[in-house]
Design a protein around this ligand. Structure first.
Ligand code: ADP
Ligand code: ZN
Ligand code: ZN
Length: 679
């Protein structure tokens, strides 16, 4: 048999693909194909790589050229569209192709053996008889929802939409109707359709998965997220890859799934920061979704009550079509009234002002539920000694150790370092050391002393560590076993609480004065979202009107005025005008070079060399600076921001610059992030 050269992408930090000889295994008369996985020797190991090209020539000398060992033939090849998506991501984020392609695959596929693959394929080929189940009740859409669903399902070619709908306006119904139309138009064997629905966090919104399954009992629905066991993940991924699954519900990683019949992409809560991966390939699933929809010439829906300014800007300029849902979908349900409590006048006790306490008592008397939102877990953010000024700093990070009272620990939320709570000040021996500030545990404790009969439930990352415990906690709220729910952002997203009429927001002020220019955009989104948990049904007779109370020291701040008016339009337009004025995204494009080292000077020295490595007119190179949180786990970190008003010009510069960076000798570890969100 003739020999061929396979070009293989490997998960290695080298910016090229590797050539291997393919002589064909005995008895194998079929050639490997582009998009299949090959097992190849790499250094002393054998690894799985993706075949991205097949030829008959190579620059590798014959005595250096190694043989590919095997090809996973039972896996139908990944499509050219999928490879093109990965190639785009690799180019755009300036990473080797293999570092995109291989991690995008389920772990069980990347192994050398094919036992799990064979098992999963066998299992998939067995359940597939036709169903005839009756879908769950489909509510009739209101006119605004109907217009939106029609616009999406009727769109042809690449058609990005912003579905701008207040909390509770029934965006999900719009997604499901548009999906149903597209599935029914195309759902036959010659021209099947697949719909990708992305959500920020699946574990927090199991309601959605249940709703989708009930509404589409006759099509296969597959979920893709990091919480799945590996076997399940492989099975679901294959169901998508083979086209069996027609609806794929997933988190950001689902965007890189193989979806050969993709006809619609939906991104719910498109503004959510979790669509941005914050390690390794730091991609934005939202941005890649736009690219993928354009490449496939299909419609895309970005849904939000508080769109990201990037998306808002595109909608304002007409590049995205905006579909509005201005009112709540449930009959007579109205957006809650938002009131500010000035903490300078109404001084809090145990973190709760008398106004808020009275409102809580009223709900308690009426058998209604309340939610207290505080985005800080733990008991207190720091422990301090009044006598000598000692505070509980982490010895490894530029951060405080957080007091966790229930398990008697001081814990660093950044490096994981833990200590027992000291009985006395480690410096001066003073036994009267005090917690400063307030986290969810302390609010729970204080509130229980103020309202001894109330049934409280705290939901945060600490209280829901065990698998399934978050679900159990939310179930108990829905069942009515809880009077007051205390929680972090975990409780803010998506939940449809039916008996909740009060939301109390404790101390959101710190974000108002953050150095991060995105802080106010984020705070607004977060407050709107948590406020949106109240009043999801009509006010009951003799019941309370739904209400949001915000405890603040800065009641004059314009952000709060916009929240009270439920007016995101104006707020977003003002922020956009400010960003334009200040030359900030989305009016400029950015890349961030990060460097880490044992000593800050090493990181900074590297960044100074990098800053001078390649200069070009039109490219703004800012000064290297230590990161705000300079030290994490004994590593010092610094950064250098590069900006340009033109995205293509920045991309062209980055290609040259990053090549130059690779030549710099340094002990610092470095990486480049494109379109950074945390700077
Ligand atoms: P959003 O995602 O916009 O915050 P949801 O999709 O969660 O809103 O919908 C809020 C509530 O309104 C849900 O309880 C949903 O069942 C209900 N709902 C949506 N559309 C309709 C409709 N057309 N008629 C009646 N109820 C609806
Ligand atoms: Zn002391
Ligand atoms: Zn630490």
């Amino acid at each position: 048999m003739k020999e061929f050269i396979l070009q293989v992408a490997l998960d290695a930090p080298l910016d090229f693909c590797f050539d291997y000889r393919w002589e064909g295994a005995p008895g194998a008369d079929v050639l490997p194909q582009v998009g299949q996985l090959a097992i190849v020797p790499f250094g002393r190991r054998e690894v799985a790589g993706m075949i991205v090209g097949i030829g008959d020539q190579t620059d590798v000398p014959a005595d250096k050229l190694k043989n590919a060992l095997a090809v996973h033939r039972q896996l139908p090849p990944l499509s050219r569209e999928w490879l093109a998506l990965c190639r785009f991501a690799a180019d755009y984020y300036h990473r080797p192709l293999g570092e995109v392609v291989i991690p995008a695959l389920p772990k069980n596929l990347r192994g050398l053996k094919t036992v799990s693959l064979d098992r999963a394929l066998k299992k998939l080929n067995k359940p597939r008889e036709a169903h005839n189940a009756t879908p769950a009740n489909v509510p009739a859409l209101n006119p605004a929802q109907q217009d939106a669903a029609d616009a999406i399902a009727g769109a042809t070619g690449f058609a990005p939409h912003l579905l701008y709908g207040v909390t509770g306006s029934g965006k999900t119904e719009v997604y499901l109707h548009a999906a149903a139309t597209i599935l029914s138009q195309a759902n036959n064997h010659d021209n099947p359709a697949q719909i990708l629905i992305m959500v920020p966090e699946i574990n927090l919104t199991p309601q959605l998965e249940g709703n989708i399954r009930a509404r589409f009992p006759n099509v296969m629905v597959a979920t893709l997220h990091s919480g799945l066991a590996e076997g399940e993940r492989l099975g679901n991924w294959l169901a998508a890859h083979l086209g069996h699954a027609r609806i794929i519900l997933g988190t950001r990683l689902a965007l890189l799934a193989s979806l050969p019949h993709l006809k619609l992409i939906i991104i719910d809560e498109e503004h959510d920061p979790s669509y941005k991966q914050q390690e390794g390939l730091r991609y934005s699933a939202r941005d890649l979704a736009v690219w993928r929809a354009r490449q496939l010439a299909i419609p895309l829906v970005l849904g939000s009550a508080t769109p990201s300014l990037e998306t808002w800007h595109h909608a304002q300029s007409g590049r995205y079509r905006q579909l509005d849902l201005r009112e709540r979908a449930v009959r007579d349900a109205v957006l809650p009234t938002v009131r500010l409590i000035n903490m300078e006048h109404d001084k809090p006790f145990e973190g709760i002002t008398s106004t808020l306490l009275a409102a809580l008592k009223l709900r308690l008397d009426r058998g209604e539920q309340s939610l207290l939102f505080l985005n800080r877990r733990g008991y207190a953010p720091v422990l301090a000694c009044d006598a000598c000024g000692w505070i509980s700093n982490c010895t490894r990070c530029t951060a405080f150790m957080v007091l966790h009272k229930p398990d008697h620990r001081l814990r660093c939320h950044h490096c994981g370092l833990e200590h027992r709570i000291p009985k006395a000040c480690p410096t001066c021996g003073n036994v009267d050391i005090q917690p400063l500030g307030r986290g969810t545990q302390r609010v729970e404790e204080g509130l229980q002393s103020l309202l001894p009969t109330a049934r409280l439930l705290r939901i945060d990352a600490d209280s829901t560590r065990r698998k399934g415990s978050a679900q159990a906690a939310f179930d108990s709220v829905h069942r009515g076993d809880v009077d007051i729910l205390i929680g972090t952002q975990m409780v803010a997203k998506g939940h449809d609480f039916q008996n909740l009429t009060l939301v109390g927001i404790l101390n959101p002020d710190t974000a108002l004065f953050s150095q991060d220019y995105r802080a106010s955009e984020r705070l607004f989104a977060q407050l709107m979202q948590v406020a949106g948990r109240a009043g999801r049904v009509a006010q009951k007779e003799g019941g309370s009107a739904s209400e949001v109370l915000i405890q603040t020291r800065y009641p004059q701040h314009p952000l709060y005025a916009a929240i009270i008016a439920h007016n995101y339009d104006r707020f977003a337009n003002e922020l956009l005008a400010e960003r334009r004025q200040a030359g900030l995204p989305p009016f400029i494009f950015q890349a961030l070079l990060r460097a880490e080292a044992r000593e800050l000077s090493i990181a900074l020295e590297f960044l100074h060399t990098a800053a001078a490595a390649v200069t070009q007119s039109g490219i703004i190179i800012n000064d290297p600076i230590p990161m705000t949180m300079t030290r994490v786990a004994n590593v010092d970190r610094a950064q250098l921001l590069v900006e340009c008003p033109s995205r293509p010009a920045l991309q062209a510069y980055l290609s040259v610059w990053i090549a130059a960076l690779r030549q710099i000798k340094t002990r610092a570890r470095w990486s480049v992030e494109i379109d950074p969100v945390d700077i």
